[in-house]
Design a protein around this ligand. Structure first.
Ligand SMILES: O=C[C@H](O)COP(=O)(O)O
Length: 214
């Protein structure tokens, strides 16, 4: 299972969480990675943890003030990027452009979507993976794998119908090892999570619980 920890803009210490993710990664067969704010990518990557960007824009080098250039994320140490997170939505053409920009910079891609229909559309754009996240469950602590298992199974089916090479993650409310196991049982190859680790009093203990059954 792939466990991707998104730090969003939570007021955690990104390096401390990164070190916790790195240390727990060394204890498990699961693949762990962390997605900090753009300004923290370099410091986080220097810890040795697998580091992802939270977003890149559909742009190339040039006149694009304030945009996130895929090559800059890669230069800072990112190896992948989220695209179209529920909190950073893009229009379809921009999602396509962002996937192409990430490919140009050799970044792995996870395109997020709200529901199975959007997952099918996202898979058609050829990312490495898609992540289904019902927005109403994000940050609630109520795991999508238990509260809305159909959305995960339907997302897995929708992606497979379009492109079986695109793997499926699920996210929203996931904070325990049981939640991750449930996600895997529904066909997800990984989970995207944030508050369960980034807002935990002890992120390393939260991560240990997440990977314990894997
Ligand atoms: O990127 C992470 C997702 O939005 C899930 O967030 P959450 O784990 O806080 O529900």
């Amino acid at each position: 299972m792939f466990v991707l920890v998104n730090l969003k803009t939570y007021p955690c210490d990104p390096v401390a969480v990164a070190e916790a993710v790195r240390d727990v990664d060394e204890t498990t067969d699961a693949r762990l990675a962390v997605a900090p704010q753009a300004a923290h990518i370099e410091r986080v990557a220097e810890t040795g943890v697998e580091t992802w960007a939270q977003h890149v824009d559909p742009i190339d080098h040039g006149s694009n003030t304030g945009h996130a250039l895929a090559e800059s994320a890669a230069d800072a140490g990112a190896v992948g990027t989220l695209i179209n997170h529920s909190e950073r939505r893009l229009k379809l053409a921009a999602i396509d452009g962002a996937v192409r920009a990430a490919e140009r910079a050799d970044l792995e891609t996870v395109v997020c979507a709200n529901n199975p229909a959007q997952i099918g559309a996202a898979a058609a754009l050829g990312p490495d993976a898609v992540a289904v996240e019902p927005p109403e469950l994000i940050g609630t602590g109520t795991p999508v794998s238990q509260a809305d298992p159909d959305v995960v199974e339907d997302a897995v089916e929708a992606a497979a119908n379009v492109d079986p090479a695109v793997s499926v993650l699920c996210g929203a409310g996931i904070s325990t090892g049981d939640d991750v196991v449930a996600a895997g049982d529904l066909g997800a190859e990984g989970v995207l999570l944030a508050s369960g680790v980034a807002k935990a009093d002890d992120p390393e203990a939260a991560l240990e619980d997440l990977v314990e059954p894997l």
